[in-house]
Design a protein around this ligand. Structure first.
Ligand code: GLN
Length: 190
């Protein structure tokens, strides 16, 4: 059985675990480097990227997570996307694995949270994806061989793929739609 981990230091990790449990994979909460052993992929949840980063440093997870990313599938949602980025223009602990430039809290106070139907490339079926944004980051630039797979109507990139890495500005674990989780499981299986 496929085993997918969810970094469980802070944030919306329970919701990802619940989603994975519905999908015939073994879901594992990751708090220590040893928890990464035998996983096929890892999800880094939304939450507060500064807190996730600080705790990852305290738990000695930074290097093990980078090594994991070099070999396996990784998906960052919201704060997780920030944590995976190479550049955010702010000083906080980052894995810095993916060739993306991200701006935190990029939608401003007036639109702190919103939901929008998005077309996502490679998603099963015709229906748009119900994307929930909460104090979300934007993908301001993609470098190297990173492919934007979804953007808002104004062109703002909000999801991207690079090899077996996936990032989304929004929170698929807070909807009933499991298509992005299934897409990630397929990436982890490849
Ligand atoms: N604003 C948060 C941050 O900067 C991310 C918000 C989220 O994950 N929903 O880390």
């Amino acid at each position: 059985m496929m085993k997918i981990g969810v970094l469980a230091l802070q944030g919306a990790f329970h919701e990802h675990i619940n989603m994975l449990n519905r999908l015939d994979v073994e879901a594992v909460e990751v708090r220590l480097p040893a928890d990464l052993e035998g996983l096929d992929g890892l999800i880094i949840p939304g939450g507060e990227s500064t807190t996730i980063g600080k705790l990852a440093v305290i738990y000695d997870l930074m290097e093990p997570l980078r090594q994991f990313a070099a070999e396996k599938a990784m998906w960052g949602t919201c704060a997780g996307m920030i944590f995976m980025a190479k550049e955010i223009g702010m000083d906080q602990p980052l894995l810095g694995v993916m060739d993306i430039v991200v701006e935190r809290n990029a939608f401003g106070r007036q639109v702190d949270s919103f939901e929008v139907d998005l077309d996502v490339a490679g998603l099963e079926g015709e229906a748009p994806f119900p994307a929930v944004f909460i104090r979300a980051p934007k993908l301001v630039d993609t470098l190297e061989d990173t492919e934007v797979i979804s953007a808002l109507a104004d062109g703002t990139a909000v999801a991207a793929k690079q090899g077996n890495w996936l990032v989304t500005s929004f929170h698929p674990e807070l909807t009933g739609d499991d298509r992005l989780h299934r897409m990630f499981i397929e990436m982890a299986a490849a």
